[in-house]
Every structure is written in C-alpha cells, then in structure tokens.
Design a protein around this ligand. Sequence first.
Ligand code: ADP
Length: 895
Amino acid sequence: MLISQEKSILDNNLARNIFNSSPDAKVVLLIDDPSYTIVHSNKAFVAITGKNESDVVGANLFEVFSVVPIRNSFKVVELLRKSIEAVKTSGNLQKMDVVRMDISTGNSEYFKGRFLELSNTPILNDKNKITHILLSVKDITESCFDSIKPKEFEISQIDSQQRYKSLFLNNPDAVYSFDLAGNFLEANEATAELCETTIEYLLRITFVRLVTEEDRERVYKNFLKACQGEIVKYYTGLLTVKGNHRTLHIINMPIIVNGSIVGVYGIAKDITDIVKSKTALHNNLAKINKILNLSLDVICTIDENGLFVDVSSASFKQWGYHPSELIGTPYTNLVCEEDKEITHAISLKIISGIDTTDFQNRYIHKKGHLIPVTWSAKWDFKSRIMYCIARDGTESLLNKKSLLESEKKYKFLFENNPGAMLIWDFNTLDILDCNEMALSIFGYKKIEFLNLGIKAIRPSDQEAKLQSVLDTLREYQEIHNVDCIHLRKSGEIFYSQINGRLMNLNGIEVVIIQINDVTEREVIKEKVKSERNLLRTLIDNLPDTIYFKDSNAKKVIGNKMDYLFSGASTEYEVLGKTDLEIYGEALGRSWYDQDQKVLQTGKGIYDYEEYFEKSDISKWIATTKIPLKNEYGEVTGLLGIGRNITLQKLAQHQLEKLNEELENYNEKLLKSNMELEQFAYVASHDLQEPLRAISTFLTVLKSQYKDVFDEKGEKYLNFAIEGSLRMRQLIIDLLELSKIGNTEDIIEDVDINQVVEQIKENEIANFKGKSISFLVDNLPIIRASKSGIYQLFSNLISNSVKYSKSESPLEIKISVKSFGLYWQFSVVDNGIGIEPEYFERIFIIFQRLHGKEKYSGTGIGLAIVKKIIENQGGEIWVDSRVGQGSTFYFTIKKN
Ligand code: ADP
C-alpha cells in the first residue's frame, strides 16, 4: 500500500488520500534521523496531539508525544521507542500492546481514557532498505466496549487481491478465515501472535482447538450461523497454543463466492485486559457494597440535583426506606420541614468544596417520626457527586444526654442572646452558625449568611483590624469590647463592639463572638463633636463678645468678637489671662473686680450698662456675667456676654426726647382746648343776657309801636326778631356743646329703652299730620350720663323726623348689636338721604346741607352727637343713599 520512494513517500495521490483520510492517526517518520522527525502526519494524528499540523510536521516524534496533553504519555513513549527500535533491527512490522492514554478533552480537569493500538510498519526504498516508518495509532475504545464494526463492507470493496492481502496482512487485529469445516484457510500475523503460534501452525488446525472448553458449544453454534449467511458477534475464551487464556471479541461473517457460501471470515479482538479490569472493578465494587451494606451508618451519594444516586442498605434500618425506594429521589423529601433551609445552606457549602462533619438535621422516618441524623459529607468535583455518611443521632443523643442538656442551654443562650452571635471557623473564617439577632442586624437570610466568610461582613478597608482581632484571639483566646466596623447586606456600615472567645468545637478551632451594634453611641459621639463645632462656629459669628473664664477669672474661651474687642488678632493671645492682664489697670480693673464678685458670690450680673472709651472707639456695652457651677454648686467659672448697645442707646435717647416734646405739646393742646371750651361756655352764657334784652325789646317794639312802622318797617322788625330767635337757638346749642364731658355729669345705669320711648312720644306729639312708625330692638342698659344719652338719641331721631320725605310715611328703626366690648347701635330712616361726599362733613359744627328756609337748624346737632359718643370712647359714621334714607351707626363701650 505504501510507496517506497525515498524522496516523496506520499507522492502518489491514492496513497496520500488513503493516508490523509484514514480514521486512524498516522505519521511517517524519517528513520535516518536519530530524532525521528515527523515528515507526514494525517489529520487524525494532529487531532490527538491537540496541536496544529505545522507544529507536528518537522517535529521530533518523542517530543510531540511527551508534550501532548495526555496523562500517561511517558509510558507510551517508552513503549513506542522500543517498538521503533525493533522495526529497525528486525525489518518487520511491530505491533504494540494496547495502551491506554488519558487524552485531554480541552478542559484541563477532564481526561478521556482511550484505548489505543499502535503499530510501526517499515517503509523500504528500492534497495530494500528501511528509510521511513509508518506509525499507526488506532483508537479502539469504542470497539472494546461496544462491538467491532463489521468489516465485510470494506472487504467486499477490495477487489484487487493485492489490496485485500495488504489489508489482511497489515491489519493490527487478528483476521482469519475458515472453510465450512472450521479449518483455518488464512490467518494474519496478528492472529498468529494472538494464539501464540505461527501462521503455518494455524493453517493446519481447526479453530475449535483454540476455544476454551466451556465456550466450545456456543462458539461452534455461532460458527454454523455464519456458515448459513449470518453475521455473528460474540465473546469467547481463547486457549493459546502455549496454554494461556485470553478473552476475545469475535465477528464472524460468511465468505460468499459466486453467490454461495464457501467459508467464514473472522476478526478477533483481544479484550483480555479490559475484561480483567472490568472484573476487578466489579469485584471491588461488590466488596465496597458489602462493606457499605454492613455499615450501620447510611452511606450514600447524592448528585448535584440533590437526587440519591446510591444508598446503602442501612437506610432501611435508620429511615425505614429500602435503598431502591430512595435512589433517584430528592434527598430533601426526607428532611423535616424546619431543617430544610439549614440543610440546603449546608449542602451549598459542601458543594463549594467545604467538607462538613457533624452537621445535624432531622429526617422523617417512613413511619412518620423524626430521626436525628448526624452527617459527614464531601463533594467530589470530578464525579460531581456528594459522598455522605449519615449516622443515626438517636443513640448518641441518649448516651450524651447531659451533653445535650448543656448544649441545649448553650443553644438557648446563643439563640436568645440580645447581641448578634456568630460562630466562625478560625482558620477558614467561614461563618458556621449565627443567631436570629445576627440575621436581623446584618440583614441576611440564614442560607445567605452561612455561605459567607467573616470578611464579607466587614468593610474591605478593615483587613488590618481583623488581623489584629485574629492575633489577639490566637494569643489570649479572648477579645473584650473591641470596637469594630461591620457591613450590612445593604452595604451600610455600622459601629460595633465585639466580645469573643476562641475554642475547639469537634476538632475545629472556632470563634464564638458577640457583636453589639453601637452605631447609636458612635453617632451620638459624632453628633456631640459636630454640635460642639457648630456651637463654636455659632459663637464665633455672633455680634456679641462671648467668653468663659475659670475660677481665677482667667479666660478659657473667647469668641472672635471678644478677642478682636481686646485688640488681639487670635484667641490664643487672650487665653489664660485675666482682664487686668489683657486690658491693663485703667480699663481692666473694674471688669476684673466684677469677675471676682461673680465668682465669689455666685450671683450673676445682668445687662450692666457702661460707656466704654478706648482710643478712638467709644460705645455703650451691656454686660451679663453668669456664674458656672459644678454638680456640688461650687462656682467653677463664669460665662460672659457683652453686647454693643450703642445704637439702642442712641435710639432710646431720641425716643425720650420725642416723648418729652410730645408731652409738652399735649399739655399745650389740652390747655388751649380747655381755654376754648371755657371761652365757648362763657361766650354763649354771657351772650344770652344781652340777646334776651334785644329780643324782649324787639317784641315790645312790635307790640307797642305797631302803628309807627309802615309795612316795610314791620317786615324789617320781623327779620330782626327772627334773627334774634335764631341767635338764641345757636347760643343754646353752643352752650350744650361746650357742656359735654362736664365732669359734674352724673354717671348712672341708663335704660336706653326708656330714653328712646320718651323721645318717641315727644316726636310723635310734635310731628303733627304725618304718621311715624318706630321699630325698636330691645336696647341695653349702659352706664353713662342720662342727659348725654338722651341728647344723643334725641338729636338723631329728630334729624330723621326733620329730614323725612313729605310724600311717604316715615319709618325709623333702632337696632343694637354686641361686638366684643362695644354695643353697636344703628338709627335707620327712609328719609331724603345724604350725598356720600358729605358723609364726613355733617359731623362738623355749623355744617348744614340745606338752607334754613327749607329745613330749620343750626348745624350743631351731629357735632354734639359726635362729641358725646367720642367722650364715651365710641365712634360714629353714616351710610346713606339720596332719596332712600340714612343709617347712622355708632358704638358705645359696654362699661
Ligand atoms: P341741623 O340739623 O341743625 O342742620 P345737624 O348737625 O343736626 O344740623 O345736621 C347737619 C346736617 O346733616 C343737616 O343740615 C342735614 O343736612 C344733614 N342731616 C342730618 N341728619 C339727617 C338725616 N336723618 N337725613 C338727612 N340729612 C340729615
């Protein structure tokens, strides 16, 4: 099949194609070279090495083999070297024993065990000299375990005797043929080797001789089947010519020539080693199972999905289930509900590679009761299986009752501790257990928490602190009140104080620790600090001088205003000094003495005002000095506040001056008012006398000298009489006005209902010819001068009557409302009304809106009303519409 050409071994197209597409890995080596350079390599070989073709061709075979990612390559390389040497010395094909190599799958963790068959074939040049060696690597793993692929197809394809022979002879498997009687017709070298004899010997015997006794009948039957046209595959024992036993996998198929069966082909594969190792494995497993099943502990394996893979028979005794009932079911089915969460958490830890011993949970027995189970478990990364040993905890619990009791107590203390309790592995720092408080402080669920190490619950910048805690624990086995910072799940940090102890628990060094959240305390500390800062900032920015002095009157704090006031530019210049030292004798003496007084008497000085003058500054200062006392009431110092009150002083001074002026003015006004009233009174009083004389004589003149006057004269005389009457009325009214507020008025309870009733009667009597309807509320009794109240209502009511409309009946309504301290009265009429522009003017003396011809009057009535009301502390105003009527409102103080 191979072409013996020194220059180009694989120049022939056919040969190259066969070579390249062969499923077996093949390389051609140049043997001249002591290092066995690879000159050709097919794809299958390149694939085994896991490299590129370019890396393989041109490289030394042994180097390639020694670095390919296979596990037991060293042994293989040794065998290969021997085999090639043998080819060189013998000039014959050398078949090597099946080797097992663990070839990398690409993932460094996993290797795939492959059974390989290697053979070295010499390649000769035309001078019959070996120039190259063809190394064939056949992967027979599949055929070892399953079946050998029928080769009849290949056989039928080989039409040329040459090719058939080549395949037959060079095949690394044992290939042979029998006639219909079972005699060997042909056998290749591999067959002879397998049977530990020569081809010649084989060609003289029937195969049955080589079959082990117990298999003979069965093998012969299979042979007959092949003779009848069937392809059969089977295992058989081989008894070699030298008497050794081997196990073979056989394929037999009919040889058909011109349509009739003339014999049987056979291909035999030696699977002795595989069978041996399988048997050994089987025996071992049986032994292990025996041990497992004898054990009182349940030994089981659980896969990554939590399903039982294997369970030893102790499961029946412990849990009431036969292994067959459990295999393939989730182990959690058996865990009691309360323990599921913790069991799951522990299982996650185990899967992450942390071996666990003495984990306890409770299983539900098939009969329904709970069984305490103590677990040891380990995860195997390669097989992805958890190996577990479960011990029935009942017995040990009974035996260790007292231990349990103390453990219970401990557990109780642990669980109910007001602080967060943690147990962690001193060496791995893994958290092993915690109480509810820890979960609540840190914000984790138990599952999450037990998956953490203690580094995860501390801020990353606390490594050094942690190390010092570990060092202390190592040295003293204890830590006390160590301040730490911890980290919650939320990422928030909190201040903590920890106490703990290093101890040995079931052979593990663990730390049991209590963590108290002292954030609040720290926050308060911080707050105090920041508040102190705030206070300092505040007092430094106040416009007052603020200072503290000790019991020797030496300054301990002085705010900015204070040290600037004393002429210093920093606080330190004034600290530790008394005012005598700061300001000198002239200025500081009085202040120093003041300080001493406060310190000695324990009594403060409040708003002590003094005028201060220093160089060009002068100001008023109000000083307050408060003694500071300790818890025993002893004076330990003083707090002083100095306020610049210059501006207030100035304002106060101006105010005082203004007040003085105002008082003067008031006094003058009062005097002139009194004089005016006096004048009005005197004038009106004294004017009455001459006026009365004038009127009397005018009347006499009219009655006695009637005949002397002509018509004109009489008319003038009437004018004069009218004028004097008017003047008389004016004077009476003026006199009334000036009398108001006379201190001699009697103040009494006045029933206004009575007053109004009287006025009503008078008015009705005077007002002839027209009807007046009065509507009067129930009016109050007030304390006042009766004559004043009478005049007030009388003037208003008589005005309503006077300024009524001639065409319609007159209605007067008098009402009252209470408004706090005042009564508010209203007198309403439906008279002629007043233009709004006169609303103010009508209350001024002598102001009249009509001529005396139309409405008689002096224009004093409302001025009198106003004065009476104002004297009582009230007000008066009017609201009116021309043609519709007027309302006079006025208020009078209730008392
Ligand atoms: P006199 O009535 O003597 O003129 P008053 O001081 O009493 O003086 O009134 C001033 C003016 O107010 C009156 O001249 C009149 O024009 C107007 N007046 C007062 N009361 C009323 C009223 N009830 N209706 C209309 N006008 C009035």
